[in-house]
Design a protein around this ligand. Sequence first.
Ligand code: SF4
Length: 243
Amino acid sequence: MTRPLDEVAADAAGCTKCRLAAGRTQVVFGVGDPNADLMFIGEGPGFHEDKQGEPFVGAAGQLLTRMLAEIGLTREAVYINNVVMCRPPGNRDPQPDEIEACTPWLIERISLIQPRLIVTLGNFATKFVLATPLGITRVRGAVHEWHGRKVIPTFHPAAILHGGGEKSKQFTSLQEDFALIKATLDSMPTDAAAPAEPTMPPTPLPAPIPAPARPSAPGITERLATVIRLEPELPDPDQLGLF
Ligand code: SF4
């Protein structure tokens, strides 16, 4: 049975399913249109996000907002969220058990919002969603299929800023990826002509919360472990590894 997104957000605000709860100011659930066709998934909240309770509000968020504007979109027209909802201390990478603990929340958001296009920002979100060992530089610039919807991986805006901003080669790639996002959205049939909305499959994704006593559906733990296992050099504390 589904429940409204705001009800899920209220429930998530008190989540203590992993150790990240201890150091957060607040849970950063997600923001935007609950019926958005386009969803962005990043890694986790940073300092400003933790303080303000909204994802992508710092410098990286400003770059994301600008890139959206360049393709004629606003933050309000899309949905923006992260793999984990609480800020890892010192902006370290989320640990595998923290990601696994937070996965049901992400799955529930995807299940309720039903975006037709997901854009993964950086290595963490991309490897989690696509379950690929390949880094972002290898998989970006293309449209991937995932559970009946499309996925476009691109660089995390924070990585662009760390790597030289507009002067960097990655910024040009980011612009190309946003052009691809627009072209992909434009090529999608309108609601009237669209086929039935894609639905999240029951497996290998975990069932929505609340289910503290319910084990994850088969495959998710193994899948997460695989994603992490294939990430030996990732990433340093200031998210440079998002490249
Ligand atoms: S990171 Fe996710 S699972 Fe962990 S306490 Fe925060 S909301 Fe709960």
